[in-house]
Design a protein around this ligand. Sequence first.
Ligand code: GDP
Length: 206
Amino acid sequence: LFKRPWVFIRGVPAMKFLPPEGPPEIAFAGRSNVGKSSLINALLEQGGLARTSNTPGRTQELNYFVPGGFSGEGEDLPPLALVDMPGYGFAQAPKDEVDRWTKLVFDYLKGRVTLKRVYLLIDARHGIMKRDADVMDLLDKAAVSYQVVLTKADKIKPPAVLRLKSETLDKIRKRPAAFPEVVATSSEKSEGLDEVRAAILFAAAG
Ligand code: GDP
């Protein structure tokens, strides 16, 4: 499935523009610059699919991707859709923009029954920051399953990656909706990608 060419189907700036509920959805969230576009492109082996240079505040939309070759009608639905959520955490973001982000994301998390899991990306150099913890609160409140993925693991030494994995697990242990496994990835070095792909398929089937 991940080897097929994927296509962008639409950007959703508000709930009323969501496509009709169809295939299971897996969403990706993370601070701006966490490496979200790079990870999506690496998972799908398609450079340039998700945009890799998100300028502050530009993409305030849920971006939908599906594997190509499905008509999307009747029985011919794609087995999975990936949803790239807008990045968060720009220091200079005005409050109304942050509020708009929170509303769109929370409405989506609460209201989308076909959403199976959110992949929450955390930069391996920084670990869980305040805004990430706020987003985890939101996910726990919406009771949407989420799994933490560490990005840019190539930027720190292997023992530090192991240490961060176990520290991160400790931090999420008491969170009700957190999946109790953390995957370390590097889009640059193609590491951890198969593990994430397998977890996505498993979550989508669940
Ligand atoms: P986004 O804003 O979350 O979509 O982040 P991007 O995917 O655009 O990546 C932000 C920056 O981090 C870019 O300069 C990427 O080249 C870099 N980056 C992303 N993933 C990796 C990685 O796995 N390793 C390294 N070393 N750099 C990465």
